[in-house]
Design a protein around this ligand. Structure first.
Ligand SMILES: [Zn+2]
Length: 330
């Protein structure tokens, strides 16, 4: 048994060396010292004869087997490299990488067997296509999605000003917290929020936010740019010692409420965009419960201290109404 394993290992090493992976072959022995030893037992996770192929074509791993190629880049590279072996392959490949290699047309066509054979479940349930959204309420309004929460019960007690806390201190500390959370959730979907995917700062049908610059000019921005501006602006405001003093004896400015209202309006817009445009990503990451909880907390807080207008909350009115019915948002 042990000798057979040692033989197998030697074969694998030879194969790796042949493919120009001598270093991997050498470390194989260091990492699996017990394989060659007498009486050592190595558990095979899966025997080759037990492997079940989802599609017959997967048995053949060669370039040619995928089919569908024309005289394109991939095919030309294949024809040049298939004749080389081991070290020769690495050398030729590197030469091609360095040189002004022109291999023909680059096609974006997919030859995925998975796609062609329809292997795997269709992702209909998570479809966020515009057509699907037009005909039915958004996913986040589905009961099972909306009720995914980390916290049970109402946020009323959580948002109320503690007896001995200063009102402005209480407002500031919560605002810092909401800003960090919204920033974090946006960070999670930022890879999907691109100028191509989100060319406007939308939050559902009929809602498109525009940015007002320092000259009071209204500019249409793509969502990632808008959100970047908004979050940077809030960060600057929160870091401003005159707005949010941290030193003992310093007073909050008189117009702090107006500043807070702007921050809440902007944070709301980012959350609304995440819900309307990136809910599928939240579901795939299984963090809808986190976002729902933060959203319900945020709305409860804004309502308690009158930091958001009802009309500003319109894009998320249905979800808010549902949470109010459920007694989550009071
Ligand atoms: Zn987006």
């Amino acid at each position: 048994m042990a000798t057979k394993k040692a033989d197998d290992l030697a074969k694998v090493q030879a194969l790796l060396a042949e493919c120009g992976l001598e270093r991997t072959a050498a470390t194989l022995l260091d990492e699996a010292p017990q394989i060659g030893k007498k009486n050592a037992t190595v558990q095979a996770f899966l025997k080759p004869e037990d492997v079940v192929y989802a599609d017959e074509r997967l048995k053949d791993n060669t370039y040619i087997s995928k089919g569908g190629f024309e005289n394109d880049f991939g095919y030309k590279a294949h024809m040049d490299l298939i004749v080389t072996r081991g070290k020769g392959f690495t050398k030729e490949k590197n030469k091609k990488k360095r040189g002004s290699y022109s291999g023909g047309k680059i096609t974006m066509q997919s030859h995925s067997i998975k796609k062609l054979a329809g292997i795997g479940k269709p992702k209909q349930a998570f479809s966020s296509s515009a057509a699907a959204l037009k005909n039915q309420p958004p996913l986040f309004l589905r009961k099972n999605c909306a009720l995914a929460h980390l916290v049970k019960g109402s946020f009323k007690g959580v948002v109320q000003q503690p007896k001995y806390a200063d009102l402005n201190e209480w407002l500031s500390i919560n605002t810092f917290e909401f800003f960090n959370l919204v920033n974090m959730f946006y960070g999670v979907v930022t890879d999907f929020c691109t100028i191509n995917e989100c060319p406007t700062m939308s939050a559902g049908p009929g809602t498109e936010y525009t940015w007002t610059d320092t000259q009071r000019k209204t500019i249409k921005l793509a969502a990632p740019q808008y959100i970047d501006y908004v979050l940077s602006q809030i960060q600057t405001t929160l870091d401003d010692e005159r707005m949010f003093p941290t030193k003992a004896g310093s007073e909050f400015p008189k117009d702090i409420r107006a500043t807070l209202c702007v921050i809440y309006r902007h944070l709301f817009r980012v959350l609304a965009h995440i819900y309307w445009s990136h809910y599928v990503e939240l579901l795939n990451l299984k963090i809808e419960g986190h976002v729902n909880s933060v959203f319900a907390h945020f709305i409860s807080f804004a309502k308690e201290f009158d930091l958001l207008d009802r009309k500003d909350m319109a894009p998320m009115a249905d979800l808010i109404a549902f949470y109010e019915q459920q007694g989550i948002v009071v």
